[in-house]
Design a protein around this ligand. Structure first.
Ligand SMILES: [Mg+2]
Length: 179
């Protein structure tokens, strides 16, 4: 897949370097929907992503969503929740709906970053159109990772505290052991 060259690769929309994209002339984003800004078919917008979208709007970035999801009731619902126009059933990597999104944003291709989790649809489509592209990890994978991280933290705390009870009955001995 050497023909695919995302301009940026990040763990998720929250870690997009807004200064860097702005410095590169990006004035707007075309977002993929499922697994990029929402868990697939969930119609649930996480608080941190909601806050991030508000932040980028306040910074003056224009936004639109272009999704391959064919379920119009769902993309309509997503549009209501996101308060961003959503073009569904887009057929990425075909360029037609991405071009329409550029028109709606009122921006040139090189002023827009296409953001998505799928190299062969989001990144390829954006790249063919001459947009900048940002590949993100699938959102549900990141969420799973977060759950695993939390579980590991809890597990580690549990081991440390039981260890402390056995070997370090005095609180001042145990302080260093806290993660
Ligand atoms: Mg996706």
């Amino acid at each position: 897949m050497a023909f695919l060259k995302p301009t940026w690769v990040v763990t998720g929309v929250l870690t997009i370097d807004l200064d860097a994209v702005q410095a590169d002339g990006v004035k707007g984003f075309i977002f993929d929907l499922d697994n990029t800004i929402m868990a697939p078919n969930s119609a649930l917008l996480e608080n941190d992503i909601d806050a991030w979208l508000k932040k980028i709007h306040a910074l003056g970035f224009k936004t639109i969503v272009v999704s391959n999801n064919p379920l119009s009731f769902y993309t309509k619902k997503a549009e209501e929740i996101l308060k961003i126009p959503v073009i569904g059933n887009a057929g990425k990597p075909r360029r037609r709906m991405l071009r329409k999104a550029l028109e709606l944003l009122g921006l040139q291709a090189d002023q827009v970053a296409v953001v998505g989790d799928r190299p062969l649809t989001d990144i390829w489509g954006g790249q063919r159109l001459g947009c900048k592209t940002i590949l993100v990890d699938p959102l549900t994978k990141t969420q799973e990772n977060r759950v695993v991280q939390v579980l590991r933290k809890i597990e580690r705390q549990f081991i440390a505290s039981s260890h402390r009870q056995v070997q370090h009955p005095h609180p001042h001995h145990s302080q260093k052991r806290d993660p």
